[in-house]
Each structure stands twice: as C-alpha cells, then as structure tokens.
Design a protein around this ligand. Structure first.
Ligand code: MMA
Ligand code: CA
Length: 240
C-alpha cells in the first residue's frame, strides 16, 4: 500500500511539470491551491535568506575582529610591557588629548616624555642586538622614528659625538629597512646624513651628529651592528 501512494505522488509531480501549456488542468489547479505545495518552497527561501544573512553577519564580525585585533594588539602589548616593567614609579602629567578629554599621560620615572612616547638612554654601550635586548628588558624597544619632528625632538636631547642605535635595520634583506616594531619604513619621515645609507655591509642604523662645514647636523647612518654604541629606548606612554 505504502509503495503505491509514493508512486502516485511522483506521478503527480511529473504531470504538473509538463502541464505548463495547460494552466487550467486539474494538476495545475492542485499546485496553485494546495498549501502543501507552496509552503516547503517558502520555507526553503526563508531558510536560505537567513543562512545568507547569518553568513554576512559572520563575515562582518570576522572583518571587524581582524581590524580590531590589528589596531589594538600592539597597544595591549606595550601596555602589558609597561605593567611588567622593573620600574617602581611612574610619572604622570595631565594632558589634553585630541578628544579634548583630560587624561594622565605617564612615563617611567627618569624617562623623558614627548607627546606620545617615553624615551630612555641606557648607560652602557652595546652592540645593536644587545641594545635591542636591553630595551626589551625594560618593557620598551629601540627608538622608532615616526616623523622628522620626532627625530628633531630626540636629537636635541642627545650628546654630540655620541652615536645612538635606533630600531632600524636591514638584517633580513639588503637595502630593505625595517623598523623594530614593524611600523612601515617611510624614508620621508626620517633624515639620513647626506650620502647615507652608503654600505651594503652596514645593517644597523644609528643616529649621530656630524660637523659638515660650519653647521653640525643630526642624521641617520647605516653602520656595523657589532660595534658597541649608545642607544635610545622608546615605549608608549601609558594613559590613565
Ligand atoms: C664610517 C662609518 C660609515 C659611514 C662613513 C661615512 C668610514 O666609515 O660610520 O657607516 O658611512 O664613516 O664617512
Ligand atoms: Ca654608513
């Protein structure tokens, strides 16, 4: 009995498909009026729409998450580093931020502060790699110069005739300068000494003063990474 009913249904479907030229046929009428025929199609469409909507939502959330993660992972890392620091004290100043909101901008005690960063010059001269390590131990990184203004600002505080390693190197690939914090290298944001960089065997960058003619200038120079030099550490300000 059951197999007979199934067969009847299959046959009915076949009939309704071929009866397109004859809309008045009993099969076509049955198709138009029967709620059992239209409902599954409607449900399918609704389900598909919901599925697409959910998929779009999931994609949007994923994109938003990736953007959020990229923007704030660096910030979280630096904040975490600041908490991990050996330093016992921090110095805070009330600051006007872009938001017009007043906040406390803090640097470790004895560090110098600028608009956005804190700077420190370790006492000992070290190779570039050991200088990098020293900054990391203090929850900081070698100086990353983001603008000519920053280079100018920091240069004014330095001792002439001392060379300072910064966080720029081409250890991985020749003539491909990379900042230690993965900031994109923009040659317009920094000021090299004239004629520098000049040597494909020099992979680490330092900031020093040169007396050309009468005017002395501060600028970058590519140098041998193994020669011990002074260095500049930088960390982000902590806002409270
Ligand atoms: C040194 C060294 C180089 C630099 C030249 C400039 C002799 O090498 O500091 O990195 O480019 O001086 O004259
Ligand atoms: Ca050089």
């Amino acid at each position: 009995m059951a197999s007979e009913i199934t067969y009847a249904e299959v046959k009915f479907k076949n009939e309704s498909k071929t009866s397109g030229a004859n809309p008045g046929s009993p099969a076509a009428l049955e198709e138009k009026t029967s709620p059992h025929k239209s409902k599954p199609g409607f449900h399918k469409q609704l389900f598909a729409s919901l599925l697409i909507l959910l998929l779009l939502l999931a994609i949007s959330f994923f994109i938003a998450f990736v953007i959020f993660f990229q923007r704030y992972s660096q910030l979280f890392k630096e904040k975490q580093n600041l908490h991990k620091m050996v330093h016992q004290n921090i110095m805070c100043k009330k600051e006007n931020l872009i938001t017009e909101e007043k906040m406390w901008g803090c640097c470790p005690e004895h560090w110098m502060d600028s608009n956005t960063s804190c700077y420190f010059i370790p006492a000992e001269s070290k190779t570039w790699t050991d200088s990098k390590k020293k900054c990391t131990e203090m929850g900081a990184h070698l100086l990353v110069i983001n603008s000519r203004e920053e280079q100018q600002f920091i240069s004014k505080t330095l001792k002439k005739y001392t060379a300072y390693y910064v966080g720029l190197s081409d250890l991985e690939r020749k003539n491909h300068w990379q900042w230690i914090d993965q900031s994109p290298y923009d040659e317009n944001a920094v000021s090299w000494h004239s004629g520098e960089p000049n040597d494909s065997n020099e992979h680490c960058v330092l900031l020093n003063y040169r007396n050309s003619n009468q005017d002395g200038v501060w600028g970058l120079n590519d140098a041998n990474c193994e020669i011990p030099q002074s260095s500049i550490c930088e960390t982000m300000k902590l806002y409270l």
